[in-house]
Design a protein around this ligand. Structure first.
Ligand code: URA
Length: 262
């Protein structure tokens, strides 16, 4: 285990023991994350070129571009996140734990230039223990592929790791309980860009009550990382006319990822 990860795992353990130390960002102030996710700047990893972008027949056809516009890609490196998953895997910090089939930790590359953060697992995700594997997940996969990437070149996580009953919005206490692991994931994944998916994710990360329609399409910062909010794929399934705007957001992301590393 690397020194970094050992430190991180120790810090997460301490956090769990202290249980809830810090303040809650969903209620307008920030959790003290330094003990969990570290204080250092987030550095982009070196990258290697992505091979051929995979054109998507459906997602790329109209609103979402050709799927051949490759972006600055992502390096895959062996999983430092495994230790974090192990520590967090048995979490019972909130009542969502009681209703879960599986905790949905998140998956993908680490480090990765691009990280997607959704809201929380749905039924399929709960059953399979993987993020975005239902219908919304299929659309997210198409969105990623239209960007010239693939799911295994990005990291996909959620605000909460256990399914809220009936797919209701996660409650503030549940978000607070889950925050340390998300921050630790960001620290380990070291993304250059985060894309938040949907209202809950954007409003939570930005500690904002502004509607997603006004948050999307422009750059924000979270934990020292550029953040682009866009619509949730589940919403896009219900409102396909919004795909065009989502694609515009993703194009801004692709542009950002093409910029040379700082
Ligand atoms: N919706 C989310 O926000 N996350 C998932 O993992 C699946 C659906």
């Amino acid at each position: 285990m690397s020194e970094d990860v050992r430190e991180l795992v120790g810090a997460v353990r301490t956090y769990l023991q202290v249980h809830g130390r810090g303040r809650h960002f969903a209620t307008g102030s920030w959790v003290d994350v330094s003990a969990v996710a570290g204080d250092g700047p987030v550095h982009a990893p070196e990258t290697t070129p992505v091979a051929e972008a995979v054109p998507d027949p459906e997602f790329g056809r109209e609103d979402f571009g050709s799927g051949t516009e490759s972006v600055a890609p992502t390096r895959i490196e062996a999983g430092d996140l495994d230790q974090l998953r192990e520590v967090w895997g048995q979490c019972t910090r909130c009542s969502l734990a009681g209703g879960r089939t599986n905790l949905v930790f998140g998956e993908g590359a680490a480090p990765a230039d691009l990280m997607f953060i959704g809201e929380g697992p749905g039924e399929q995700e709960d059953l399979q223990g993987r993020p975005f594997v239902g219908r919304a997940g299929e659309l997210l996969t198409k969105m990623i592929e239209a960007m010239g990437l693939s799911r295994d070149l990005v990291f996909i996580a959620n605000i909460v790791k256990c399914r809220p009953p009936g797919n209701r919005d996660p409650e503030p206490g549940e978000v607070t309980a889950c925050l340390p692991v998300l921050l630790a994931q960001i620290r380990l994944v070291r993304p250059r860009v985060i894309v938040s998916l949907g209202r809950i994710s954007a409003q939570t990360l930005l500690s904002s009550g502004t509607p997603i329609s006004r948050l999307r399409g422009r750059w924000h910062r979270f934990e020292g990382v550029d953040l682009m909010p866009t619509f949730h794929p589940a919403y896009l399934l219900r409102s396909p006319e919004k795909k065009k705007e989502a694609w515009q957001d993703l194009q801004l992301v692709m542009e950002k990822l093409r910029e040379p590393h700082a």
